[in-house]
Every structure is written in structure tokens, then in C-alpha cells.
Design a protein around this ligand. Structure first.
Ligand SMILES: [Zn+2]
Length: 305
């Protein structure tokens, strides 16, 4: 959870790393109810206990996860006897500045519409981990090739700080529209150069390889989704409707070198947007968000955007 230590007061305002694609704000306060309608029933028999044990470690400090994984490759699901699950593997994408593994889990339909969910990039904004945890085990509708990157910033999560082990704001370090912001110690310090950080490099190589059509990012705690007139605009609106978040612009920071913007602008027509959660997220709310992820993924699978 995000702790409101002093430094964070500033971080609060600018936690939003939005994307610049702000157009018409369409405040929508929609019903929160229907999240479960479309996606719930597909692969219901899966109870991957083996999965659950290996994956639940993300909540714990990431050092524990590293011990269970081989350094590089895709780990096949080994002990899921009798269960038909859609676990496709787990990979270490790289190593953080502080020496922690950056781990992605792969589920769903290989070769389907690639959707990537990033739980945490600002380490002290980790409510998204609850959503990723839900997505690790819930049934995934056919056609969705789902990647779950719980912690893009494992150093920040371990230390409960915004930055990586080098003191860099990873969400200002991407090479699209990168600018020098601040210096070490500054809350939006953008690093020594574009993609100077190992986390950024690992993420870029990963995206270049798997080519997600939709990438979702969780931040806190502005409680909103920024509107967009681009291709992902309808997905943002739908996600907001399903979760009760308002669609409102984000401001208060310097939005250069932002990860979501890099994905959108370098992998066109890929879609990528930020969900700003509130200060806390209950388990029930995390489940609603996870269903919303699957619902908008289904929209992409169905060609609705
Ligand atoms: Zn943030």
C-alpha cells in the first residue's frame, strides 16, 4: 500500500503519469455493477493450486520469488496434475538496478490478442498488485494472450519508494519524448539518459518481442482515467464504467519519457493507458478491476476498437 510519507505529498499530485492524449473530458460516473457478466464463465474448471503457490509470492518482497525461478526461460507448469489450466509460463525479463528479477507470467491463449498488465511501475503505488493477483488465477476468456508483469519496479516495491534502485523515476525514463528532469533525489528524476535504467531496457525488449496490442498500467492515487480521443478512448470509458472511476484528465507532473506513451507511440496501433486507483483497493475492488481488464480485452478480441 502506498504510505503517505512526507515526500509523497508531492508524489500524490503527480503520481499520474498520463499520457498526454487528453481531449474532451467526459465525466462518466457509471454503474459499477456489471463487471462479471461477460467474462466469468469460460474456463471454470481450472483450479491451479500449483499456480497459486508459485505466484502468490509477489505480495511478499520480491526476493522470495527470485529463488524459485530459473534465470531465463519459460517455466513449464509442472505439478498441475488433473487441472486444465491456461498457464503458459513465467519469465524473468531482466534484473533491476538493485539486482532483483523482473518477472512476467503468461496465461491464456497463445497467439491470441496480446494484452499486458503492469501492476507497479512506481514502487510505492502498489495497489495494482491486487489486480494482477486476481488475474493470475481467474478464468481467462479464449482469445486473450495475457501477460502479467506484476512488478516492473521490484526495487521500488521492496523499498516502498517511487524510484528504482538508482533513484530514477522509471515512468520518466522511456526514450519517447525523454527529457532531463531533475537530478538524483528529485521525485521525477528521469535518469542519466533515455532508457538508462535496466528495468526500462528489459521492458522495451519485452514489448518489442511480444507486441502487446493493449497495455494497462496501474498508479495511485488520483482515482481516475484520463480521457483519450485515440483508439483506446472507448476502452478507457468502458473500463471506467465497469469500475466506477471517473474519466478525468491528469495533471501536476512533467509527462515526458512516460512508459505508456512510449508503447503507444512506438508500436502503433498499440493501445496503452494508465488507471489511477485510489489510496487503497480492497480485494473485492481488485476483483472488479480484474474483470474490467478482461472485459476490455474482450472488446479488442472482438474487434470493437
Ligand atoms: Zn504513478
Amino acid at each position: 500500500m502506498k504510505r503517505l510519507a512526507g515526500v509523497l505529498a508531492a508524489g500524490l499530485l503527480a503520481a499520474g503519469c498520463s499520457s498526454g492524449a487528453t481531449s474532451v473530458a467526459a465525466p462518466s460516473s457509471a454503474p459499477t455493477s456489471t463487471a462479471s457478466t461477460t467474462t466469468a464463465a469460460v474456463v471454470s474448471t481450472t483450479t491451479s493450486t500449483a499456480l497459486a503457490t508459485t505466484t502468490s509470492t509477489t505480495v511478499a518482497p520480491s526476493t522470495t520469488t527470485s529463488t524459485t525461478l530459473a534465470p531465463t526461460t519459460t517455466a513449464a507448469p509442472t505439478t498441475t496434475a488433473g487441472s486444465t489450466n491456461d498457464f503458459l509460463g513465467e519469465e524473468v525479463l531482466g534484473t533491476s538496478a538493485g539486482g532483483r528479477p523482473i518477472i512476467a507470467m503468461h496465461r491464456g491463449t497463445a497467439g491470441g490478442t496480446v494484452v499486458l498488465v503492469v501492476g507497479v511501475i512506481h514502487g510505492n503505488e502498489n495497489a495494482g498488485l491486487g489486480i494482477v493477483d486476481q488475474l493470475r488465477t481467474m478464468p481467462i476468456p479464449p482469445g486473450i494472450d495475457l501477460w502479467l508483469l506484476a512488478e516492473m519496479n521490484p526495487d521500488g516495491v521492496a523499498n516502498d519508494v517511487r524510484h528504482n534502485g538508482n533513484g530514477v523515476d522509471l515512468n520518466r525514463n522511456f526514450p519517447h519524448d525523454w527529457t532531463q528532469i531533475g537530478e538524483p533525489g528529485y521525485w521525477e528524476y528521469s535518469g542519466t539518459g533515455p532508457a538508462s535504467e535496466p528495468e526500462t531496457q528489459a521492458f522495451m525488449a519485452f514489448v518489442d518481442r511480444v507486441q502487446p496490442e493493449l497495455t494497462l498500467w496501474y498508479h495511485q492515487d488520483l482515482y481516475r482515467i484520463s480521457p483519450s480521443s485515440r483508439r483506446d478512448g472507448p476502452l478507457r470509458v468502458r473500463y471506467a464504467e465497469l469500475t466506477g472511476l471517473p474519466v478525468l484528465s491528469v495533471s501536476g507532473g512533467t509527462y515526458t519519457g512516460v512508459a505508456a506513451t512510449w508503447v503507444r507511440n512506438t508500436h502503433t496501433p498499440a493501445m496503452s493507458f494508465i488507471v489511477e486507483l485510489g489510496p487503497t483497493l480492497s480485494g473485492a475492488e481488485a476483483a472488479v478491476h480484474a474483470q474490467a481488464v478482461l472485459a476490455i480485452s474482450q472488446m479488442v478480441v472482438d474487434g470493437e476498437v
